[in-house]
Design a protein around this ligand. Structure first.
Ligand code: NZQ
Ligand code: ZN
Length: 384
C-alpha cells in the first residue's frame, strides 16, 4: 500500500427527517444563499422542508443551476454572493447543484484573476464561502468530497477542480428525498457510483486488501440494492443503502493508498461536453473499452473483480476477462443504460474531436499515465 494522509471533515446527517437539522448546523447569524436546480425540489416537498429548517435565517435564493452546471450561470450567483454579502451557501439537489455551489464558493473568494483559472489552470483555491448540502440524488459523492465538475458552454469544455476548501461543512442524506427521482436518474446514480469504485479499484495490486474489500462490498451492494430501488422507489431500506453506497464510493476512503485510474471519467466528460450525454451514460459507454484495451495492465484486478463480484471462476485468463467485461456491461444495460456509442446517435467524427483535444493537452491518462490519443480512439472505436 502507498503512503497516504486522509481527512474528511464532512458531517453526515443520515436518515429520515434529517432536513429538520439543517438550521442547527449553520453558524448563527449567517446570511444564506439557497441554491437549487430546475425545480424538482418544489415538486417533492424538499424545498418546503428546507425553508422551514432555516426560517430563523436571512435567505436569498438562486435557482436554475443546470445539470452539468454552467460556468456562465454560476458566475451570476457569484455576483449575488458579493452584492448580498452572503456568508453561507446551502445547496439542495444532485451533484450538479452541489458541484456548482462548490465553484460559487471558491469563485466568490478568488482574488488572483479570472475564476475560470480555478478550472483551466487548476489555480489554488485559497478560501471559499462555507457550504452545506441537502442531497436529493445519490450518484456523484460530491456531498462528501472536494471535487466539482463545471461546463463552459461558450467553449464546450467540461473541467474539474478539487480543493479541501470546498468540502461541505455538512450534508443531509435523507433517503426519502429520492422517492421522486425519475427512473433514468436512479439508473444514472447506480452506474456513476459503480464506476467511481472501478476507477479506484481496477488498476494493479499494491497489497491493499482493506480498500479492495471495501470497494467490492460497495459494488455488490449497488448490484443488489440498485434494482430494488428501480423496482420500488418507495422502498426506504433500498433507497438508504443505495444512497450510502454512492457516498462511500467517492468520499476518498476506498481510494487512499492505492493507484487510481479516472480515464473513463476523463473521456466521458468529453462526450458530455460535445453531446450533452448524461454523465453516467458516458461512463457506461467508455468503461468496457478501457477494460478491454487495458486488459494486460489490469489483468490481476480484472480477474479479482470477475471472481469476487461476478463469481467468474471458469475459463482461461482471456475468457474470464471477456466474461467480466460482458457482465459489467450487462449490469449497466440491465438498469436501462445502453453501453454502445451508436446507441446515442453520436457522429463518429466526435472521436476525432476528442482525440485531438487530448493531443493538444499533451498528457496521458490512466493509473500509469499511458493512455494517449491513439488508445482513446481504440477505446471509443471498441464501442462502435
Ligand atoms: O435540477 P432539478 O430540477 O433539481 O432536477 C435534477 C436534474 O434534472 C433531477 N433531480 C435531482 N434530484 C431529484 C431530481 N428529480 C426528482 N427528484 C429528485 N429528488 O435530476 C437531474 C440530474 O441532476 P444532476 O445533479 O445533474 O445529476 P447528478 O447528481 O448525476 O450530477 C451530475 C453532475 O455531477 C458531476 C457530473 O460530471 C455532472 O456534471 N460529477 C461530480 C463529481 C464530484 N463532484 O465528485 C464526480 C462525478 O464523477 C461527476 O463527474
Ligand atoms: Zn462520475
Amino acid at each position: 500500500m502507498y503512503n497516504f494522509e486522509y481527512q474528511n471533515p464532512v458531517k453526515i446527517i443520515f436518515g429520515k427527517g434529517g432536513i429538520r437539522k439543517v438550521g442547527a448546523n449553520i453558524p448563527k447569524g449567517s446570511k444564506i444563499l439557497l441554491t437549487y436546480g430546475g425545480g424538482s425540489i418544489f415538486k417533492n416537498g424538499v424545498y418546503d422542508q428546507v425553508k422551514a429548517a432555516i426560517k430563523d435565517f436571512e435567505v436569498v435564493e438562486f435557482g436554475g443551476i443546470e445539470p452539468n452546471p454552467h460556468y456562465e450561470t454560476l458566475m451570476k450567483a457569484v455576483e449575488v454572493v458579493k452584492n448580498e454579502n452572503i456568508t453561507f451557501l446551502l445547496s439542495v439537489g444532485g451533484g450538479s447543484v452541489i458541484d456548482g455551489t462548490k465553484f460559487i464558493a471558491a469563485a466568490a473568494c478568488f482574488k488572483n484573476g479570472d475564476p475560470w483559472d480555478i478550472l483551466s489552470k487548476r489555480a489554488l483555491v485559497e478560501d471559499a464561502v462555507p457550504h452545506g448540502t441537502v442531497l436529493t440524488l445519490p450518484a456523484t459523492g460530491s456531498e462528501m468530497n472536494s471535487g466539482a465538475v463545471i461546463t463552459r458552454m461558450e467553449t464546450t469544455e467540461k473541467l474539474s477542480f478539487m480543493s479541501p476548501k470546498v468540502m461541505p461543512l455538512f450534508s443531509v442524506l435523507d433517503p426519502e428525498t429520492i422517492y421522486s427521482l425519475p427512473e433514468k436518474q436512479i439508473a444514472n446514480g447506480i452506474v456513476d457510483a459503480f464506476v467511481h469504485v472501478i476507477e479506484q479499484y481496477l488498476t494493479f495490486p499494491v497489497n491493499s486488501p482493506i480498500q479492495d474489500r471495501f470497494a467490492e462490498s460497495i459494488m455488490k451492494t449497488l448490484i443488489e440494492e440498485g434494482p430494488k430501488v428501480l423496482a420500488d422507489q418507495n422502498n426506504y431500506d433500498a433507497a438508504a443503502n443505495f444512497m450510502w453506497s454512492a457516498t462511500m464510493a467517492l468520499n476518498g476512503l476506498i481510494g487512499v493508498g492505492v493507484p487510481q485510474d479516472w480515464a473513463t471519467h476523463m473521456i466521458g466528460h468529453e462526450l458530455t461536453a460535445y453531446h450533452g450525454i448524461d454523465h453516467a451514460r458516458t461512463l457506461a459507454i467508455v468503461l468496457p473499452g478501457v477494460m478491454h484495451i487495458k486488459r494486460k495492465q489490469k489483468e490481476n484486478k480484472l480477474l479479482q473483480l470477475g471472481e469476487r463480484v461476478w463469481k467468474i471462476t471458469e475459463g482461461n485468463v482471456d475468457e474470464r476477462i471477456d466474461q467480466t467485461i460482458r457482465k459489467t456491461a450487462e449490469f449497466f444495460e440491465s438498469v436501462g443504460i445502453p453501453t454502445k456509442l451508436p446507441d446515442y446517435n453520436v457522429a463518429t467524427d466526435t472521436i476525432d474531436s476528442i482525440c485531438s483535444r487530448f493531443e493538444k493537452r499533451g498528457y496521458k491518462i490512466g493509473e500509469k499515465a499511458d493512455i494517449g490519443p491513439a488508445d482513446i480512439r481504440a477505446i471509443l472505436e471498441n464501442r462502435l
